[in-house]
Design a protein around this ligand. Structure first.
Ligand code: OSB
Ligand code: MG
Length: 368
């Protein structure tokens, strides 16, 4: 595929409900949409970087800058036979994983469409329907959270994840267990704790959680290993795993027993598949995380999560969990049995609604 042009858009979509994590509260999802044109075809990808560098070091403006100055020039006019040929073209640009991952996703969509295959098939995915979970933010009061959990369970979601932070942890989990019993439940701290908080995790260890996600700092693999050794509950790393090599090292030292895979965090779908394969070879389960993606990123996440070692329910909720109106047709929907069907049409398998993208765009540029 000869890359003729790349369109970049900054898009903001209001969230139906504010989403609060230990690092902040969000009322809208800010992202970049990447549209790659080659030989009369096009492909779409999302950079779910948000408006401030709180989850990781990127935001939509740093991503725009790096894409415009470095990543897009590295592919314009080039002949790229396969999406896996893209990472080497941008390997000398350090980090900026979300920015790179958005372009790689667009190349995968384009490549799969040109082949008349689904992205799922191109990536090697096998599962047709995925049992999915929902991630719930911190609320002003526990009763509000309990109400929201009951609503999502009624819709059929197969597991609940709740965000925790100091002061919103053990008591909240105790109340959830008291009201909902033995539901599949996990927690995510987004690095809000330090090794001095080990007692909080020993207390959480008594509640039969599926896993505890990213309790400590991103660069604290050693401390995660020390904490894991004190717990029966598997630790799961999110922010800490930024590459296949981080995944290998984390597993080698026992820093976690489960990995949350997000293509955006690890630099693209190829790296995400490599982490999946490495975990599969070691018998370590993985699941697909999310970053509040619009339908463009959500459809790619579904294709990725259909690989065989994605054995735990992902943060792959339906479009209506976050958005009144998604920018794809059809939107992602939850089946009554708590699963989501992986799209099977060529590429992402969905149609991008240009009218809605246009309405949500705050900045647009075409590079050729
Ligand atoms: O840590 O998994 C996370 C959302 C934004 C940033 C980080 C995280 C999350 C979520 C929501 O937990 C996942 C989703 O439903 O997209
Ligand atoms: Mg997380």
């Amino acid at each position: 595929m000869r890359i003729d042009a790349v369109e970049l858009r900054q898009v903001t979509l209001p969230l139906r409900f504010p989403f609060e994590t230990s690092f902040g509260r969000s009322e809208a999802h800010a992202c970049l949409l990447v549209r790659v044109f080659a030989e009369g075809a096009e492909g779409w990808g999302e950079v779910p970087a948000e408006s401030a560098p709180l989850y990781n070091e990127e935001d939509v403006e740093t991503a725009w800058h790096v894409l415009e100055r470095f990543v897009i020039p590295a592919i314009l006019g080039k002949e790229i036979a396969h999406p896996r040929d893209f990472p080497p073209l941008v390997a000398r640009i350090r980090r900026h994983h979300m920015a790179k991952a958005g372009v790689e996703a667009a190349l995968w969509d384009l490549y799969a469409r040109q082949q008349g295959r689904s992205l799922q098939a191109a990536l090697g995915g096998t599962q047709e329907r995925l049992p999915v979970g929902v991630s719930l933010g911190i609320e002003p009061e526990v009763d509000i959270l309990l109400n929201r959990i009951s609503g999502f369970l009624a819709q059929g979601y197969r597991r609940i994840k709740v965000k925790i932070k100091p002061g919103w942890d053990v008591d909240v989990v105790r109340e959830i267990r008291a009201v909902f019993g033995d539901i599949p439940l996990q927690v995510d701290a987004n690095s809000a704790y330090t090794p001095a908080d080990a007692a909080v995790f020993r207390a959480l260890d008594g509640y039969g959680l599926l896993l505890i996600e990213q309790p400590l700092e991103e660069d604290d693999l050693i401390d995660h290993a020390a904490l894991q050794a004190q717990l029966r509950t598997p630790l799961c790393l999110d922010e800490s795993i930024v590459s296949p090599s981080h995944a290998r090292k984390a597993l080698e030292i026992g820093a976690c027993r489960v990995i949350n895979i997000k293509a955006a965090r690890v630099g693209g779908l190829s790296a995400a598949v490599a982490i999946h394969d490495l975990c599969r070879a070691r018998g370590v389960p993985v699941w697909c995380g999310g970053l509040l993606e619009t339908g463009v990123g959500r459809a790619a996440n579904l294709a990725l999560a259909s690989l065989p070692n994605f054995t735990l329910p992902g943060d792959l909720s339906a479009s209506d969990r976050y958005y009144e109106e998604d920018i794809i047709d059809p939107p992602v929907v939850l089946e009554a049995d708590g699963t989501i069907r992986v799209p099977t049409s060529p590429g992402l398998g969905v149609t991008v609604r240009l009218d809605r993208v246009e309405a949500a765009s705050t900045r647009t540029a075409l590079f050729r």
